[in-house]
Design a protein around this ligand. Structure first.
Ligand SMILES: Nc1ncnc2c1ncn2[C@@H]1O[C@H](COP(=O)(O)OP(=O)(O)OP(=O)(O)O)[C@@H](O)[C@H]1O
Length: 264
């Protein structure tokens, strides 16, 4: 049975506004420990704003967000930093520092860990770089020298630097060719299985959803309109959900994608 302790993220009544523009209103969402939750929705429905609200990069206008059972609203900075060390974020463009090498980028989160000497930091960064399938000689290159796919992997290596329990991925396969995107999906699947990660995955990519997700949350009409397995989504009577999952791309992804890895 799923109890409150199994929830790594719990959101109630979330509201986000930009001036008169209401992006979220009365948004509720739960994410369970160990699951890969795909967050989908039309452009501008507030997927990135939701992610940024959870990781504390945006203060919501109202509502409650608890991560690992701790209320994020009004939390003091030390406590927030301690919680933030238990998650990693991979932003859409990798968000790497252009003046740092790949290894130095991965070392950034490790610099906050007390008692880690430079040699250990260096070795840990190399380990994460290897874990995401990048060659070690890429470690000393700068982001501009890497391909888009390699930059994505570098962003993932940095997100994994602190051995997080939750990884937030914002459009991880956007801009990759289909072969690169499929390779990224396989890498994520292996890492999820090997490391027991919980993954909050914002994506438009149906192939990625079918390759990775245990559950999907659909954002529409300023809230989470539906949650469930990919099979559940096929029965949702909402125009956007129907078009998305029953459209030609949805049908193709369903045919070619592996069965969702349920019940981890
Ligand atoms: N800093 C900001 N100032 C004003 N409006 C913002 C800001 N950030 C986001 N918005 C607005 O909030 C809405 C949701 O944006 P968000 O980037 O979360 O959408 P999204 O669902 O991730 O879209 P996409 O799929 O296109 O990436 C958009 O209308 C956007 O213009």
């Amino acid at each position: 049975m799923t109890g409150a302790d199994d929830m790594v993220i719990r959101i109630r009544g979330l509201e986000n506004r930009f001036g008169p523009h209401r992006v979220h209103e009365g948004l509720d969402l739960d994410m369970r420990r160990g699951e890969v939750l795909g967050v989908v929705g039309g452009s501008g429905t507030g997927k990135s704003v939701l992610l940024r609200s959870i990781v504390g990069l945006r203060r919501p206008n109202a509502g409650r967000i608890a991560v690992f059972g701790e209320e994020m609203t009004g939390i003091d900075e030390d406590r927030r930093a301690a919680l933030a060390a238990r998650w990693g974020v991979m932003f859409q463009d990798g968000a790497l520092f252009s003046s740092l090498t790949l290894r130095e980028n991965v070392e950034v989160p490790l610099r906050g860990v007390a008692g880690l000497d430079p040699d250990t930091r260096h070795a840990l960064a190399e380990l994460k770089i290897a874990m995401v399938g990048l060659p070690l000689d890429a470690a000393e290159t700068y982001p501009a020298e890497l391909s888009g796919g390699m930059r994505k992997r570098a962003g993932l290596a940095r997100a994994l630097a602190l051995d997080p329990e939750i990884v937030f991925l914002d459009e991880p396969t956007a801009g990759l060719d289909p072969i690169g995107a499929a390779a990224f999906d396989r890498l994520m699947r292996d890492l999820v299985q090997a490391l027991g990660l919980s993954v909050f995955l914002v994506t438009h990519d149906l192939d990625t959803l079918y390759a990775l997700c245990d559950r999907v949350a659909v954002l529409a009409e300023r809230r989470v309109l539906a949650t469930g397995t990919l099979d559940d989504m096929l029965a949702v009577e909402h125009p956007w959900v129907r078009d998305y999952f029953h459209g030609p791309r949805g049908r193709a992804a369903r045919r070619s994608g592996p069965a969702a890895p349920q019940g981890r």
